[in-house]
Design a binder for this molecule. Sequence first.
Ligand code: GAR
Length: 208
Amino acid sequence: MLRIGVLVSGGGTNLQAIIDGIRNGVVTNAGIEVVISNNPGAYALQRAMDNNIPAVCVSPKSFETRDEFNEALIAKIDEYHPDLIVLAGCMVVLPAELINKYANRIINIHPALIPSFCGKGFYGLHVHEAALERGVKLTGATVHFVDEGTDTGPIILQKAVPVLKGDTPEILQKRVMTEAEWKIMPQAINLIANGKVKVENGIAWIDE
Ligand code: GAR
């Protein structure tokens, strides 16, 4: 069974999609061992507790230096021996040490079709504001492995969603979440849990 550690910062709707996916069989061979948030007020922590999953906060505010925070975060993750770390709305820039230690074992969900609207500064609602400003007719979501760049790792799954006249960033964000994120996040975890994802020369391939 794939042991998953989920890193969150906010509402945790993607975490909920994973919990539901495990419960309803969309995700097999996997279990969430811990949910870790940098933000003590994250509703995602409540979702974890409601589902009897250990919920832990490691806040940068509790440490004098970034290095001390990074060290504590890595130590906390290691405690649960995860096979896979899932960034589900995690707004923390991960230390290189963690990324190298868990190479090709960290995945992230990004609310756009990478390489559009990604990289530094593109997170949460900003992504949808930028998509509306550019006037794209399709946007969507991407699940990818995490490397040392920002949103640059191998792409595992993507799903497109239409942009409609009258969309606000909030309306578009909701459509991307319901029609893309909450679907491809559990699907990607299921593929990994069942040994269907391989990375070769920086490209992720799926064995169907
Ligand atoms: C999601 O839309 C996720 O794609 C995005 O933050 C939101 C978290 O929502 N992540 C990023 O922007 C990462 N660059 P959630 O807490 O309800 O899952």
